[in-house]
Ligand binder design. Sequence first.
Ligand SMILES: Cc1ncc(C[n+]2csc(CCOP(=O)(O)OP(=O)(O)O)c2C)c(N)n1
Ligand SMILES: [Mg+2]
Length: 597
Amino acid sequence: MAGTAADYLCERLLEWGVRTVYGYPGDGINGILGALRRHQDRLRFIQVRHEEMAAFMACGHAKWTGEVGVCMATSGPGAIHLLNGLYDARLDHQPVVAIVGQAPVSALGGDTQQEVDLLALYKDVASAYVQQANDPSAIRHCLDRALRIADAERTVTCVIVPTDVQEMEAVVEQPPGLKAIHTGIGYARPRLVPDREDLQRAAAVLNAGSRVAMLVGAGALDATDEVLAVADRLGAGVAKALLGKAAVPDDVPFCTGAIGLLGTRPSWNLMQRADTLLIVGSSFPYSNFLPPTGQARGVQIDLAPRMLSLRYPMEVNLVGDSKATLAELLPLLERRQDRGFQEQLIREVEEWWRLMEERGRPEERDHRLRPQGLFAAVSRHLPEGAILSSDSGSAANWFARHVRIRRGMKASLSGNLATMGPGVPYAIAAKFAYPERVAVAMVGDGAMQMGSMTELLTAAKYYRTWRDPRLVVLVLNNQDLNQVTWEQRVMAGDPKFEASQEIPYVDYARYADLIGLSGIKVTRASEIEPAVEAAFAADRPAVIDAVTDPEEPPLPPHITFQEAVRYGKSILRAPRAGLPGAVEALREKVEELRPGR
Ligand SMILES: Cc1ncc(C[n+]2csc(CCOP(=O)(O)OP(=O)(O)O)c2C)c(N)n1
Ligand SMILES: [Mg+2]
């Protein structure tokens, strides 16, 4: 083949089915960028504002499509910038390949400019596979292995390509020899199911239970029908880890919604009452939201053996694909005759949604704009097939509790790394992967100031290439790093530390207008409805700049007495402002907790 090693790299990416590379240029990858230019009709390079965002987009691409995401950065600083986004992918088990430049092989070891020990730097995040191609003939196997391992092991891998190698003449086939490497393309995910015997053991545990709680996560995203069939058979309730939010639609009556610090009261009840726990594709980390140990017998299904019996001591551990495994399990399960457990849950779920609706309804207390109303309105207006992302921060709480997922939608956030920053880039990646669908990002003002504002320029640059230009960014403009402020209050009993928590006011609506997007300001509850309507009707990406009340507590559904006391003290210690709102918020919280609500 004619061309450079970098041309061959592009060809090989195409053979693997890669069509999009998220990245940022630099002279450490100029050889590859030249090749990308020569392949731009088939392989598109999406230019971001910061390499971290390219890694978030590659992770988002993987989350939305199930395919390997690819990001690219120059040597030294560019490769360093990728890291946080790569860790996001790694911790959420997403296949992402990073391709980064390096100083020329001829200069390595010479303290040349931008020479950073990338093999050492990437050793952790890309521990599954990180290699430097020191010869053009190594491109093929380094890339083949990086892609296959990322896909098969659902993790991050990295190929480092020194600049001189990029420009050398391509070598497709290594000369024959004892140690010549000849690799090939492709990976087919196996349909993994446990042994019949193990399925029977699992069925025995599940059939013996009378109060079965299911917890589903990201691993159950394509197993909706099977999860529902099993839950129906067992008379179970289904709680969702945040990464599994789209696994079960929220109009399913026995779906108790989110679990955990940002979860619902019914999910808490479900776990507290359960005598049997079935976890499907989740490594939800907060074990104190699961049944108390010893109370329930457990069955877990996961693709990754290492994630089994990790949060709860399980009696039966099944390694398998959740869809296939549940399908094989179903015929072994007996239909529970006594439906009382599920029926009670259904009533509690109904009651919970009524309460959420109440919270979401704008009231006379219109002087403060409460996030619940915003999220409820966004939820009501979501078009079919919408793709939703949330940032880390208080948005994740409101997203978890007030956004009702319907069949066919997708939703995600940074689950295990819980990093700030991915809300907007995930949504942008959704637009490139599914340009005909509407994407919605829900983010805090802290996240906006931490790179998402600049990343909106990427949306401004590309939205005309999307079949449907709609991308809605909901910004909680509370001038506060609110989630942490509340953590300080509730967990530590400290009042808000203004020096660390207050952030500058920015007019995000005007900023959106300034960069050619549509800016919509919301300062009172009566403006919510028209704002959300306008955002979903816009002919371009829209920013809903909502000046929300930072005194609205995003607390867990079951704050303990201890925590309530600490919170009460923190209010009394607070030197100024926010008191009436905070007291009202506490009153509401207590009301949510009241038994029988
Ligand atoms: C990179 C990173 N830095 C810090 C944190 C800790 N953190 C979690 S949420 C949060 C506050 C986010 O503030 P903002 O985006 O304004 O959202 P809000 O909670 O105010 O709605 C912080 C600082 C983090 N998760 N990630
Ligand atoms: Mg904020």
